[in-house]
Design a protein around this ligand. Structure first.
Ligand SMILES: *Cc1c(COP(=O)(O)O)cnc(C)c1O
Length: 425
């Protein structure tokens, strides 16, 4: 399908899929299948040597998952994507081709709590290290970077506060250091923000959230812009140097801009196995068909509810960047013109206890550790998802004990306001 002639609403329905050639089935079939028959010995050899690309075994690739990969890549304006079993898996897939033991990355302090945990403790076991910076003060990046720094990682619209990141500014620092900028675009989605337009090199998603929207399937994706030159320096030997697992094949020499995507399938997925299941790809595709319709409603609901909360006597700060009074209003106008998402936090003047009461008393809002569902969701991070973080980490992530996170769904906003109103009383 010719990508450039269609608009977003069309691409979210059609990109990557065509009627099934053998049956004419219009919806994408679920290829619930492990292995693919080789046409001949020569065909098998060519596939294993990466001289020809095709399906071998579903740990590496699967036709249903491939449709989702092509659709997400198209919506983000990338040259290719790899799907994974979860958003967390996507983060490891994004870093794996870039990092060696002893390397580090610079990451925003305002990240999903699970990501802070993964970066602070778990990736140490790979010999990788993270240095956190407040991305509102990007000059810190230059101060922290060294010869072992291999990437900068931030969220476009950040979980949990819905703060927006000034992507072109961060991208400028990545360019100066000749390292890629990786943007987690989960809370914005490609409908609200196109990080590649603002200098990102790789995008990661938890497709579990808005992309699927229906709360049925875990999943993740890494999308490559194809713009980063992996051979411009000697920082990325996995992509620019010889790969021992393929008789010394050099991915960047051989595949040019597709080096990252092909390495991710041929090495990362082959050896780490964090593959998306075809059923999950199917459910995610169903959700993705309506992404823009949902996001438009998420955004108008969130705006209205954030404004209402901002005027409520029991409520302190409302972090929604879509408020006219937000310090991020300029960045929203420039980089997130269709809206600042539907995720934000509020602080309650009644403190920790008032937060627990609010969570207990809402009826329509579900108390879950998830976001981006069609349903409205609420959580008190300090007692749940950010429980494992230190007090300092909680506060720098914007999650003091008197803070509640809301993910506004697509219900009628009058019903949502009614529910919050009775719970706050
Ligand atoms: C949920 C989330 C993740 C992790 O994704 P999973 O699919 O739960 O593994 C990563 N980043 C952000 C911004 C998220 O909201």
């Amino acid at each position: 399908m010719q990508k450039n002639i269609y608009k977003f609403d069309t691409l979210q329905v059609h990109a990557g899929s065509r009627p099934d050639p053998s049956t004419g089935a219009r919806q994408v079939p679920i290829y619930q299948n492990t292995a693919y028959v080789f046409k001949s010995i020569l065909h098998a050899e060519a596939l294993f040597d990466l001289k020809e690309l095709g399906h071998i075994y579903s740990r590496l690739s699967n036709p249903t998952v491939s449709v989702l990969q092509e659709r997400i890549a198209t919506l983000e304006g990338g040259i290719g994507a790899i799907c994974s079993s979860s958003g967390h898996a996507a983060q490891i897939l994004a870093l794996f081709p870039l990092m060696q033991p002893g390397d580090n990355l610079i990451a925003s302090t305002r990240l999903y709590g699970g990501t802070v945990q993964q970066f602070t403790n778990t990736i140490k076991k790979f010999g990788w290290e993270v240095k956190f910076v407040d991305v509102d003060d990007a000059t810190q990046i230059a101060k922290l970077a060294n010869k072992k720094t291999k990437a900068i990682f931030c969220e476009s619209i950040s979980n949990p506060g819905g703060h927006v990141t000034n992507l072109p500014e961060i991208a400028e620092y990545a360019k100066r250091l000749s390292i890629p900028l990786i943007v987690d675009n989960t809370a914005a989605t490609p409908y609200l923000c196109n990080p590649f337009k603002y200098g990102a090199d790789l995008i990661v998603h938890s497709t579990t959230k808005y992309i699927s929207g229906n709360g049925t399937s875990l999943g993740g994706a890494v999308i490559d812009s194809g713009n980063f030159d992996w051979s411009q320096n000697d920082l990325f030997p996995s992509l620019s140097g010889p790969e021992p697992g393929y008789h010394g094949l050099k991915f960047h020499d051989t595949f040019g801009p597709y080096a990252f995507v092909i390495y991710s399938i041929a090495v990362s997925l082959r050896d780490l196995g964090m593959t998306m299941a075809p059923q999950n790809a199917f459910h995610t595709l169903l959700g993705l068909e309506t992404l823009s319709l949902r996001m438009r409603k998420h955004v108008t609901n969130a705006k209205r509810i954030a404004e209402w909360l901002n005027n409520h006597p029991e409520v302190g700060e409302v972090t929604y960047a879509g408020l006219k009074s937000s310090k991020y209003a300029n960045i929203v106008r420039k980089i997130y013109p269709k809206g600042a998402g539907a995720l934000f936090t509020i602080s309650l003047k009644g403190g920790y206890d008032a937060c627990l009461k609010l969570v207990n008393k809402v009826n329509l809002f579900s108390h879950v550790s998830n976001l981006g569902d069609t349903r409205s969701l609420i959580i008190h991070p300090a007692s749940t998802v950010h429980r494992q973080l230190t007090k300092e980490q909680q506060i720098s992530a914007g999650l003091a004990p008197n803070v509640v996170r809301l993910s506004i769904g697509i219900e009628d906003p009058i019903d949502l306001i009614k529910d919050l109103k009775q719970a706050l009383e």
